[in-house]
Ligand binder design. Structure first.
Ligand code: UD1
Length: 432
C-alpha cells in the first residue's frame, strides 16, 4: 500500500488549480440514469470514487466515454478537468451490488434515479463506515412517500414503483445531502409536484438541480431549503460543468495558513466557503478575492485559536473539520471544535497527538491547545478528510511524517503530491 512522506517546514507559495468537486460529480453521474440520451459532464476530477461510480453505472448498462484529464495529458474541457459522456440507452440491470456500494456510500445515489426510470431497484445497504453508522432511512422514507414500496432483504434495499412515482411533500427531520439528492432525482420523473422541505442547501445540491434543469426537469427553490419539483415525462441529454471542489479549496487555504505561505487558489468560489473564510479570518488569515479565485496568506505572525462548530451549509463543513483541527493545533491559544454532523469523526485526534498536538475530546467537542510546533511521526489515515489533516500537519512539523493508508486520500484529492510539491512542499509518494 502506498505511503506519503512529508518533510515539514517549507512555506507553500504559488498557484493551485482547484479541481472539480467529487461530491457534486457523484450525484451528477447518477443522474445519467434518468435519460436514454447522453449526459456530458466536464471539469470532472480524476479520483478513485469517480472510477468506482463509473464502474457501478457501467454494470447498470451505462455506456461511458472518458476524455481529457491531467493524467492523459489532454485538457479537452479547457479547464484541466476530465470529460465524461454517459449514455444510459437501455438499462441492463437495476441491481447495485454490495461489492461496489461497500467501497463508496455514494453508490446509494443510484437508488432514486433507478426507481424513477425503471420502476424498480435493488441497491445494497451501504453499511457502516469509519465515521459512524450513517443510515439511509431518510432516503427510503422519502421514496415511500413518493409511492414506492420498500423492502429490506439480505442486505439489499428492494424498491418498487411499477406504475411510476407520484409527487408528495417530504419534510426532512434532519438535513441530509444524500437524501435530498436521491429524492430530487426520483421526483423529476414523478407525476405531479414534489416539495422537499428542510432540504440540504449545499452548493452540490444546486449544481445537481441546475444540471437536471438542463436535462429538462422543472425545479424551483435552488439554494433554499425548500425545493419544488414538477415532474416531467422524460429528460433529455445535456452538457454540464461540475462546480469547483470547495473542500479541496478550503484544505489548500489551510495549507497556506499552516505553513505561513501564500497560495492562489485558482477557480475557488468564495461564496461556497463563507463560513470557512470567516473562521480563517478570525484566526488571523488574510484572504482576498481575486478575479482568478482566492489569495490566502497569514495576516502577521502566529495564528490564534478560534472555536468552530460543523453544521449543514451554509455553516462550517464537517468535511473541513479535521483540517481545521490540524491548523488549530499550531495556533496560539485554545480552540473548541465541535462536530455536530457525524458521530465518531475524531479519528484523526490520536494521530495528530502522535505529532505533538494537545487535544482533549469531550463527547462531540475537541479542545485543542495550540502548540508552537509539531513533530513528524509515522501516522495512519483513517478516512478521507482525516488523512489530509495529517498531510497538513506534516507540512509544518519538524522532520519526517509518513502517512500510511493513503488510499483514503486518493478517493478525494486529485494529484495532491503534485499540487503541493509544485508550491514548494517536500512531499512524495512511496509506492510498494
Ligand atoms: C455528504 C457528503 C459528505 C459530507 C456529508 C455532510 C457526498 C458524496 N458526501 O454525505 O462528504 O460529509 O454530506 O456534509 O456528497 N442521516 C440520517 N439518515 C439518512 C441520511 C443521513 O440519519 O437517511 C444523517 C447522517 O448519519 C448524518 C447526517 O444525517 O449524521 C448528514 O448526513 P448526509 O448529509 O446524508 O451525508 P451524506 O450525503 O452521506
Amino acid at each position: 500500500m502506498d505511503q506519503i512522506r512529508v518533510r515539514g517546514g517549507r512555506p507553500l507559495t504559488g498557484d493551485i488549480r482547484i479541481s472539480g468537486s467529487k461530491n457534486a460529480a457523484l450525484p451528477l453521474m447518477a443522474a445519467s440514469l434518468l435519460t436514454d440520451q447522453t449526459l456530458t459532464l466536464t471539469n470532472l476530477p480524476h479520483l478513485n470514487d469517480i472510477t468506482t461510480m463509473a464502474g457501478l453505472l457501467a454494470q447498470h448498462g451505462v455506456d461511458i466515454v472518458l476524455n481529457g484529464g491531467s493524467e492523459a495529458g489532454g485538457h479537452t474541457d479547457g479547464q484541466g478537468g476530465r470529460v465524461l459522456e454517459l449514455t444510459a440507452g437501455k438499462l441492463a440491470s437495476s441491481r447495485a451490488p454490495y461489492d461496489l456500494v461497500r467501497k463508496m456510500r455514494a453508490g446509494v445515489l443510484v437508488l432514486g434515479p433507478l426507481v424513477a426510470r425503471a420502476g424498480e431497484a435493488e441497491v445494497s445497504l451501504p453499511g457502516g463506515c469509519a465515521i459512524g453508522t450513517r443510515p439511509v432511512d431518510l432516503h427510503l422514507k422519502g421514496l415511500e412517500q413518493l409511492g414506492a414500496t420498500i423492502e429490506l432483504q439480505d442486505g439489499y434495499i428492494h424498491a418498487r414503483a411499477p406504475h411510476g412515482l407520484t409527487g408528495a411533500e417530504i419534510v426532512f427531520p434532519t438535513v441530509s445531502v444524500g437524501a435530498t439528492e436521491n429524492l430530487m432525482m426520483a421526483a423529476v420523473l414523478a407525476k405531479g409536484e414534489t416539495r422537499l422541505v428542510n432540504a440540504a442547501r449545499e452548493p452540490e445540491i444546486a449544481d445537481l438541480a441546475a444540471c437536471l434543469i438542463r436535462m429538462g426537469a422543472a425545479i424551483t427553490g435552488l439554494g433554499s431549503d425548500t425545493l419544488v419539483i414538477y415532474g416531467v415525462d422524460r429528460l433529455h441529454g445535456a452538457r454540464h460543468a461540475v462546480i469547483p471542489d470547495r473542500i479541496e479549496a478550503g484544505t489548500y487555504a489551510m495549507a497556506a495558513a499552516i505553513t505561513d505561505g501564500h497560495l492562489n487558489l485558482v477557480g475557488a468560489k468564495p461564496e461556497h466557503l463563507r463560513a470557512v473564510l470567516e473562521a480563517l479570518a478570525q484566526a488571523g488569515v488574510e484572504i482576498s478575492e481575486t478575479n482568478r479565485g482566492l489569495s490566502v496568506k497569514r495576516a502577521n505572525g502566529r495564528l490564534s485559536g478560534v472555536d468552530v462548530m460543523t453544521e449543514p451549509f451554509p455553516g462550517f463543513p464537517t468535511d473541513l473539520q479535521a483540517q481545521m483541527m490540524a491548523l488549530m493545533a499550531t495556533a496560539e491559544g485554545a480552540s473548541m471544535i465541535t462536530e455536530s454532523i457525524f458521530e465518531n469523526r475524531f479519528m484523526h485526534v490520536p494521530e495528530l497527538m502522535r505529532m505533538g498536538a494537545n487535544i482533549n475530546v469531550h463527547g462531540a467537542s475537541a479542545l485543542v491547545r495550540g502548540q508552537a510546533g509539531l513533530t513528524g511521526a509515522p501516522v495512519m489515515a483513517t478516512d478521507l478528510r482525516a488523512s489530509v489533516s495529517l498531510v497538513l500537519a506534516g507540512l509544518v512539523a519538524e522532520g519526517e511524517t509518513l502517512v500510511s493508508r493513503v488510499y483514503h486520500l486518493d478517493r478525494g484529492y486529485e494529484l495532491i503530491e503534485e499540487k503541493l510539491s509544485a508550491c514548494g512542499a517536500d512531499i512524495e509518494r512511496i509506492s510498494d
